[in-house]
Write a protein that binds this ligand. Sequence first.
Ligand SMILES: C[S@@+](CC[C@H](N)C(=O)[O-])C[C@H]1O[C@@H](n2cnc3c(N)ncnc32)[C@H](O)[C@@H]1O
Length: 253
Amino acid sequence: MQKEEYSRYEEIGNWDFSDIKYVTKKISDWNFYNEVKKYSNPSSFILDLGTGGGEKALEYLPDDSIIIGTDFSSKMIETANKNKENYPNKKIKFCVMDNFNITFPPNLFDIVTARHTAIDAKQIYNCLNKNGILIVEGVDKYDCFELKDLFQKGQAYNDEISISKIDYDNITKAGFRKVEFKEIIEYEYYKTKKDLLALLLKTPILDDFSELSNSNIHSNKINEELLDIYIQNNQTKDGIRLKRVLYGILAIK
Ligand SMILES: C[S@@+](CC[C@H](N)C(=O)[O-])C[C@H]1O[C@@H](n2cnc3c(N)ncnc32)[C@H](O)[C@@H]1O
């Protein structure tokens, strides 16, 4: 288990950004939940790995599919079960499980989704049925790169081999017969500095959770002078611009 990440997610306990005011302009046409829609049908059995507080799964995964959302953080699963009360018709169950120790029987799921979470391609391959689909969205070194470069640190900032390449290679090696890769670019515009700061304090964008030895050092440790320089350089009429560079992978067993 990734100990530092685990403590950090336990401490946060949700993956809810609804208080942060920002808008997104999408440049790429690939959309994680559209891909799920495209490949699912009313009888689909879906596993959502690293579901967080279930916020996205509850809102965007198909209403007619049967879904299991898992997360290694019991706090996240507690939140997910609370959030579920607002979606009485959703056919979803949440349980605690480590993505690196998937204990479901083989060939069970039609679709496995993994958005912004760590994956083990071989274990996913095993729990998917024949022709099952894996849909991944991940965050890479070049996400928010101008900001990371200014701070000289951040999520995957020092990676020599990108996470997207590692994921792609592992998925291919696991035996999936078709693997498609897509770079996703979008611009987010934060209404105020407070909104941008709230994002940076909650996510690993500037302080990679996996590099923290004490989760408390994350909080309130953003260098505001540098942040002000970033804001000056990226203030637009729509808000403070943040360039997101993500990747999507679609694989068929
Ligand atoms: C960035 S959040 C993404 C949450 C959700 N998938 C979304 O897109 O909103 C990452 C989640 O993955 C979970 N996670 C990270 N590593 C994990 C692992 N090895 N096993 C299970 N969950 C993990 C964290 O607890 C956290 O809830």
